[in-house]
Design a binder for this molecule. Structure first.
Ligand code: NAX
Length: 328
């Protein structure tokens, strides 16, 4: 039997955690041949709720689940982590300024980054889901100088999947026949879902749609504001779809993108497409052999350039703000 892969999940007692853990344990994260050991991190008051979820995981008798550890100490929870899913974060509450939000999250992601640096496995792959995801990933990465920077990523796969679904509805082409869609920039309202390089049933998506009004006034805002629309309708933020996207992100990272396609991941910029080096920004990426590469050489038209720049400017401002707070 193979040695279990250690998967650390923070915010394990939260709503995304509840939707995520059962799918990891049933083999959807790493595949049907890979046993997993779950290591759950929660804050002390939520440990009991995490224990409850662990009891339910036991009650599923998942053949691939080789054990569950629960802790409120990042140094314990990240010990030996091969995959780290950083879901728990401090939400923005009423009247909270952006600086307060970044500072509160710095208090979470800086120590977690250090714990990853000091205790995770050499091959650790990190996905930050907790918002503001890109900048939280930047903070964690800065606190982990011994871990290769490219192992720190943030999630825009939910935005990517939302965009696939909206484009499928518009064109009547199933999502399985849509390729090469891209989310650029920040996981925020400034993100830019780009269909100019996408293909629907083998045709260029922008040409197939041929409707710039729809693109600018419906598609982009619908994708970018989908999170708020879910809260409005459901009375709670996206959880199952976010968990699904986290599974997709890691699964693709580990198993590769199909030939001729790519996905979207927020990764440390190498300067590609004019995105300042080091910013954790969403790009089109291909993956193979457990590594990702930013897709090179795409033409960026003026429509796209303006929108990518706006989102990257926001990321730059967030980086300045956390720098001023001494968090990076
Ligand atoms: P919940 O509030 O249900 O759960 C968060 C959990 O994190 C709580 O159980 C809390 O006790 C725990 N937590 C807080 N601080 C912690 C710490 N220092 N260490 C360990 N655990 C800690 O939120 P949920 O709906 O699960 O969402 C989690 C995060 O995902 C939020 O920041 C949310 O904004 C973000 N999202 C990101 C998305 C993305 O696409 N990148 C989409 C979905 C989601 O909105």
């Amino acid at each position: 039997p193979r040695t279990p892969v250690n998967v650390t999940v923070t915010g394990a007692a939260g709503q995304i955690g509840y939707a995520l853990l059962f799918r990891i344990a049933s083999g959807h994260l790493l595949g049907p041949d890979t046993p997993v050991r779950l290591r759950l991190l929660e804050i002390t008051p939520a440990l009991s709720a995490a224990e409850g979820t662990a009891m339910e995981l036991d009650d599923c008798a998942f053949p691939l689940l080789s054990g569950i550890d629960i802790s409120d100490d990042p140094n314990v929870a990240f010990d030996g982590a091969n995959v780290a899913l950083l879901v728990g974060a401090r939400p923005r509450t009423k009247g909270m300024e952006r600086g307060d939000l970044l500072e509160a999250n710095g208090g979470i992601f800086k120590p977690q980054g250090k714990a990853i640096n000091d205790h995770a496995a050499d091959d650790v792959k990190v996905l930050v889901v907790g918002n503001p995801a890109n900048t939280n990933a930047l903070i964690a990465r800065a606190a982990a100088p011994d871990v290769p920077a490219e192992r720190f990523t943030a999630m825009t796969r939910l935005d990517h999947n939302r965009a696939l679904s909206q484009l499928s509805k518009k064109t009547g082409v199933p999502v399985s026949e849509i390729r090469r869609l891209t989310i650029w920039g920040n996981h925020s309202a400034t993100q830019y879902p780009d269909i100019f390089h996408a293909e629907v049933a083998g045709k260029n998506a922008a040409e197939a749609v041929a409707d710039e009004q729809w693109l600018a006034n419906e598609f982009i805002p619908t994708v970018a504001k989908r999170g708020a629309a879910i809260i409005e309708a459901r009375g709670a933020s996206s959880a199952a779809s976010a968990a699904n996207a986290a599974i997709d992100h890691v699964h693709t990272w580990v198993n590769g993108t199909p030939d001729g396609d790519w996905t979207s991941m927020a990764v440390p910029s190498d300067g590609s497409y004019g995105v300042p080096e080091g910013l954790i920004s969403s790009f089109p990426v291909t993956t193979a052999g457990g590594e990702y590469r930013i897709v090179q050489g795409l033409d960026v038209n003026e429509f796209s350039r303006t929108r990518i720049d706006a989102s990257v400017t926001e990321l730059t401002e967030e980086r300045e703000a956390v720098r001023a707070l001494g968090l990076i």
